[in-house]
Ligand binder design. Structure first.
Ligand SMILES: C[S@@+](CC[C@H](N)C(=O)[O-])C[C@H]1O[C@@H](n2cnc3c(N)ncnc32)[C@H](O)[C@@H]1O
Length: 350
C-alpha cells in the first residue's frame, strides 16, 4: 500500500503533484508522482512500503489546496473480467481493514462521466458481497473507495473518514437556488461548507451580522449573505439583481472595490474581484490590518503558469504581514469544485 490516489480538477494535476510532493517531504516521506494531463487524478508512490498510509495519517486533508479527495491504495487492478468484476475486487478488499461504507467514484472528466452508469450499477452488488465477508461493518473509522478508470481497470483503497472529504470525489452536492442571481452563489456556499464547521454556522454566519461584498454584481455572493440574515454593502460598478435589492438588506456602492472603505467595521468581507492575485492579496491584508473585518472569503484568479507557487506566495505574504502587525491569523486556500482557474481563500483573525 505505497500509493496515494488524489482526485483533483482536470488540468491541475501538476499543482496537485507539486503539493503532495512538498507536503510529503515536510514529514520526511519521499516518493514520486505519476501525472497524466487532464486525467483529474494523481498517483503519489512512496519509496517505503507503508509510506502512503503514514502520509494519510500524518498529513491533514484540510491543508490540501488542489486535492479534492484522497485514499491509500496500491497499483491498479487491471484486466477486470467484465462478467465478474466482484471476485477480484473482493479479494483485494480483504487486504484492507473493514470499512464503514463503500464509496464508488469516477474521475471528474468526460471519460469518467461515461463510467458513472457502471459505478452506480456496481455499488449494490459489491456492497452486498463486502457485507457478507464483513469487510463493510457499521463501526469503522475507514471508508472503502473504488474508482473505475475504465470498464476493466480500477483502484481500490481506504481513507480515514475524519481525514478526507465527506463527499465522494470531494464534490459537494449543492443545488443552485432558483432565485439566486448567479451561479457563482454556489462558490460562496461551498466555501462556507469547506472552511466553517457546520456547528459554528449559527455563531459565525449569524443573523444581523454586517458584511461587505467587493465585486458583488449581479449578487450571487450577496444573496448567500442575505439568506443568512446579514446586512450587506455590495461594491461594484455593475448592476445588482433587483429582487435582492428589494430585500432592503443590501446597499449598493457604485465604486472601485480597491478604494472602498467601510464607515463602520464589519463582521465579514467577501471578495470576488477578478484581478492579479498579488493585488487581491494586498487588498485583503489592508482590510485586516485596518481592522475593517475579522473574517473573509476571497478568490484568487490563478496565472497560467506556476500556479501552486503563486498561491503559496500569496499565503505567505498574507500571514507574514498580518503576523508582523501582531495579529494571530489563520489562512487556508482550496480549489473548490465550483472554482475554475482560481482558488478560494479563507482568512480569520483572533
Ligand atoms: C466574478 S464577478 C462577481 C460575481 C458575484 N460574486 C456574484 O456572485 O454574482 C466579478 C465582479 O467584479 C467586478 N469588479 C471588477 N473589478 C472591480 C473593482 N475594481 N471594484 C469593484 N468591482 C469590480 C466586476 O464588475 C464583476 O461584477
Amino acid at each position: 500500500m505505497n500509493h496515494l490516489f488524489l482526485h483533483c480538477r482536470s488540468g491541475f494535476e501538476k499543482e496537485c503533484a507539486a503539493e503532495i510532493t512538498e507536503m510529503a517531504g515536510v514529514v520526511g516521506i519521499y516518493g514520486y508522482s505519476k501525472v497524466k494531463d487532464n486525467s483529474a487524478y494523481v498517483l503519489f508512490i512512496t519509496h517505503e512500503e507503508d509510506g502512503a498510509m503514514r502520509l494519510h495519517k500524518e498529513l491533514r486533508f484540510r491543508q490540501f489546496i488542489f486535492t479534492r479527495q484522497w485514499f491509500v491504495t496500491q497499483a491498479a487492478v487491471t484486466d477486470l473480467p467484465v462478467t465478474d468484476r466482484v471476485t477480484p475486487l473482493l479479494a483485494m478488499a480483504e487486504a484492507y481493514p473493514a470499512a464503514h461504507e463503500l464509496v464508488v467514484e469516477t474521475v471528474d472528466t468526460n471519460d469518467g462521466k461515461e463510467l458513472s452508469g457502471l459505478s452506480k450499477k456496481f455499488t449494490a452488488p459489491f456492497s452486498q458481497a463486502l457485507r457478507r465477508k464483513k469487510i463493510l461493518i457499521e463501526k469503522s473509522q475507514w471508508n472503502l473507495h473504488l474508482v473505475f478508470i475504465s470498464g476493466t481497470e480500477a483502484y481500490l483503497g481506504i481513507s480515514l473518514i475524519n481525514n478526507s472529504s465527506a463527499w465522494p470525489m470531494g464534490i459537494p452536492r449543492l443545488r443552485l437556488p432558483k432565485d439566486a442571481p448567479s451561479r457563482s452563489t454556489l462558490k460562496l456556499e461551498e466555501a462556507w461548507h469547506h472552511f466553517i464547521p457546520a456547528v459554528e454556522w449559527d455563531q459565525r454566519l449569524a443573523c444581523s451580522m454586517r458584511a461587505v461584498d467587493l465585486g458583488s454584481a449581479p449578487g450571487g455572493w450577496t444573496w448567500q449573505l442575505v439568506q443568512r440574515g446579514m446586512f450587506v454593502e455590495a461594491v461594484d460598478n455593475g448592476p445588482m439583481d433587483q429582487k435582492l435589492m428589494d430585500t432592503g438588506q443590501v446597499q449598493h456602492r457604485l465604486t472601485d472595490g480597491f478604494l472602498f472603505e467601510p464607515k463602520k467595521n464589519v463582521d465579514w468581507l467577501v471578495c470576488d474581484i477578478v484581478d492579479k492575485p498579488a493585488r487581491v492579496s494586498a487588498l485583503i491584508i489592508k482590510w485586516f490590518s485596518k481592522g475593517f473585518c475579522r473574517e473573509a472569503v476571497f478568490n484568487l484568479k490563478l496565472p497560467m503558469k506556476q500556479r501552486y507557487l503563486e498561491v503559496k506566495k500569496c499565503e505567505q505574504r498574507i500571514l507574514g504581514e498580518l503576523e508582523s502587525l501582531g495579529f494571530t491569523a489563520t489562512v487556508q486556500f482550496k480549489q473548490l469544485y465550483h472554482d475554475r482557474e482560481e482558488v478560494t481563500g479563507h482568512l480569520r483573525v483572533y
